[in-house]
Write a protein that binds this ligand. Structure first.
Ligand SMILES: [Zn+2]
Length: 324
């Protein structure tokens, strides 16, 4: 049972998991194992020991008006580039303000800035940015890690960075392949020779951290997001009274628990804007036994459909709906 009061209280935090609870249709979820000889990471241990959880991704479109798709097309990056700002004392918010004002002069813009407290995405990641030379700009999502001052802040900032990166891999149905689908700016400089930056290596060194340790963290988040829709390994935050609110609406009208007893996922429908007909989506679906906030219902051909994201609907066949 879902009580209104508790649900409303948890919706806000569940927005942090936008995208969680989705599954990819017809694709076996890979179990990522990081085969490496990285030394144990005190920072990653600290994150686990203190149960540090990443914050939610804030999407706020910035001022960058150069809209170009990737080499493979709009919405088709091949991976994520990890940067570090090299600007001591500047928070993610400071950097966002600066680059929104100065990108024309600086001739630089990236998709997101991350610090200990915030993940701020400022350009739709379906399109490229100017962060690491022509080839990288036309192929990768690019995120900047901000410099912080304490071990606790550093741990929180890399947790946020790893979560952002894992979320983007999942958003674009990319596998997690360290050194391929996730690379440092240092890797990019060596691969393409178009820039000479080697971030975030030096900054990581200052904290006794390394890319392979970051990969370990990304791998954890990636697997947990894929398998449980969560950012920890301790079961699902999608159970109980939590619901995913991806509807884009603040005022949701109810919640639906979705399940497909005959399949491994619940199909999503989108209504064709020309014909008005519901069309079953082939790329993604909802995970079984997950709760979703509902913003709207409508009836078509004898079935009730529940809107669970901006344009995605589930059928009554797979829904146990409770109105508020
Ligand atoms: Zn860089």
């Amino acid at each position: 049972m879902v009580s209104k009061k508790r649900l409303m209280a948890t919706l806000a935090t569940s927005v942090a998991l936008a995208g969680a609870g989705y599954v990819t249709v017809n694709q076996v979820v890979p179990q990522v194992s990081i085969q490496q000889t990285a030394k144990a990471s005190a920072i990653n241990d600290y994150i686990a020991a203190n149960n540090i959880k990443p914050v939610s991704i804030q999407n706020e479109e910035g001022t960058f008006d150069q809209w170009f798709g990737y080499s493979n097309g709009v919405g088709k990056p091949i991976g994520v580039v990890v940067h570090e700002t090299a600007t001591p004392g500047a928070s993610a918010r400071n950097e966002v303000t600066y680059f929104n004002r100065e990108w024309r002069n600086a001739q630089t813009y990236v998709h997101a800035f991350v610090d200990a407290n915030e993940i701020i995405n400022i350009h739709n990641t379906d399109y490229g940015v100017w962060g690491a030379g022509h080839t990288a700009n036309n192929n990768y999502v690019q995120v900047e890690l901000c410099e912080v001052n304490t071990t606790d802040q550093f741990a929180r900032s890399v947790a946020n960075d790893a979560y952002y990166i894992a979320s983007k891999l999942i958003q674009y149905n990319l596998p997690f392949t360290p050194g391929k689908t996730v690379v440092s700016h240092d890797d990019i400089s060596k691969m393409y020779g178009e820039t000479n930056h080697n971030d975030p290596i030096g900054y990581f060194n200052n904290w006794g951290y390394s890319m392979s340790q970051l990969y370990e963290l990304i791998g954890q988040y990636y697997n947990n997001l894929k398998n449980n829709g969560t950012t920890d390994g301790n079961g699902s935050t999608n159970g109980g009274d939590d619901a995913n609110n991806n509807t884009g609406d603040k005022d949701v009208i109810g919640v639906t628990q979705v399940n497909n007893p005959d399949g491994s996922y619940v199909p999503i429908y989108m209504f064709n804007e020309d014909t008005g007909l519901p069309e079953k989506q082939t790329v993604r679906a909802l995970a079984n036994n997950t709760p979703w906030a509902v913003a709207e219902t409508k009836t078509f051909n004898g079935h009730v459909y529940y809107r669970v994201s901006v344009k995605e609907w589930v059928m009554d066949t797979y829904s146990q709906y409770s109105a508020f």
